[in-house]
Design a protein around this ligand. Sequence first.
Ligand SMILES: Cc1cc2nc3c(=O)[nH]c(=O)nc-3n(C[C@H](O)[C@H](O)[C@H](O)COP(=O)(O)OP(=O)(O)OC[C@H]3O[C@@H](n4cnc5c(N)ncnc54)[C@H](O)[C@@H]3O)c2cc1C
Length: 420
Amino acid sequence: MQTYDLIIIGAGAAGLLGAGTAAEKGLKVLLIEKMEKPARKIRISGKGRCNITNTKQHEDFLSHTYPDSRFLNPALRNFSNFKTIEFFNSLGLKTVTERGERVFPESGKAWDVAECLVKWAKKSGAEIICNTKVKSLNIENNRISSLNVYFGNNEDIIEAKYFLIATGGISYPLTGSTGDGYNFAKQAGHSITGLQPSLVPLKIKNHNIRLNKLQLKNVSLSLYVDGNCIDDEFGEIEFNSTGITGALTLRLSRKAVNALTAKKHVELKLDLKPALSYEQLKNRMAREIQTVKTNYALLRKLLPQQIIAPFAEKANIKLQNQIAGADMEKIIKSLKNIAFEISGFNGFDEAIATAGGVSLKEIDSKTMKSKLISNLYFAGEVLNLDADTGGYNLQIAFSTARLAAQSIAAQLNSSSLPAL
Ligand SMILES: Cc1cc2nc3c(=O)[nH]c(=O)nc-3n(C[C@H](O)[C@H](O)[C@H](O)COP(=O)(O)OP(=O)(O)OC[C@H]3O[C@@H](n4cnc5c(N)ncnc54)[C@H](O)[C@@H]3O)c2cc1C
């Protein structure tokens, strides 16, 4: 049986970065992936464009991570968002920075990011095996001695000195992230904090199906919990068959999910004309009514066709009626504020990230090492770490994996030094 210095479970963003880093440091590394290809999630990330990271400064960056940004601090200092950009650029992957300081590959192809990582990990000397599923850990005397794996119909045991769990969360399970890492962590005695879909579409109570697929740009959305506005965002939204999604909604969804889980009353209030104040909107309408006669014709000048009927229902105006002063008031108020009661959220299948995971209290943030098992490390979304949209989640995977791999290399080297 072959013995490795390090076995990494899961060839996603964290697994690949960890494997290449450890292999570059001279470790004999095996990276095990259960899907037929590594990095399936990266390949579909950022709507196929992969938002690799974000160029926000350190503290600002950390403020977009949850539930405890202090935990991420050493890993991000060690391998920052800026180092990530340098890293990809040094491998020949050019990057561009877009609105919101979001960084993408210049090619616009998430596939290139995945291939770049795989190529680099292999070139660094890591061995990658796919179609191989880790089933369980074998633990003796507070150490993992080996893993039980399936490849096809065969079972095998593989040994190593160190193990890194990088199995991701439980969202978008078709990419391979089915939560296996939580079972491995539990087997090692770790606790898993409550798992919740994060960055997820929200369901609207009594949703008007006519809104389905409608996309709106340059709108603002405010999140109300028990009648209090707790956050607002500007950008794009999209309605789907059960409710609302799009970048703006996803950004608010974490807080909405928490509030819904706590059985609070959640509403989203949509401002269709955030660039105009109430007075400015009134003046604009006064100009528009010079040339139109009915409410419908007026709204047609202000809104996309698809939203007009649902808007009129919400605003309680008759579209065919001649424009009247009372209707004008209702229209202005509704343009600035349409409320949608939120009745729930979609499941892990449609969540960009998993909130919750391996308890951070049981991991040393300076090394990513388990405080319970002496040769076990964790990296990536399997940890109780998640973030807003904007490239933060991938950076969490990269930073924690880099730190874990470097710590393992340091530990291995120090343990192989001759005793004085
Ligand atoms: C649709 C979508 C779009 C996204 N877009 C972005 C984006 O643009 N920017 C951003 O920052 N974040 C984005 N994210 C989030 C980001 O992709 C994840 O947070 C990140 O990929 C997590 O990396 P990871 O390595 O921890 O886990 P994963 O990428 O989930 O990788 C885990 C790997 O482990 C493997 N595995 C699991 N169990 C086993 C087992 N028992 N044996 C062997 N292998 C196993 C899985 O098959 C998988 O390949 C997106 C997520 C989704 C779903």
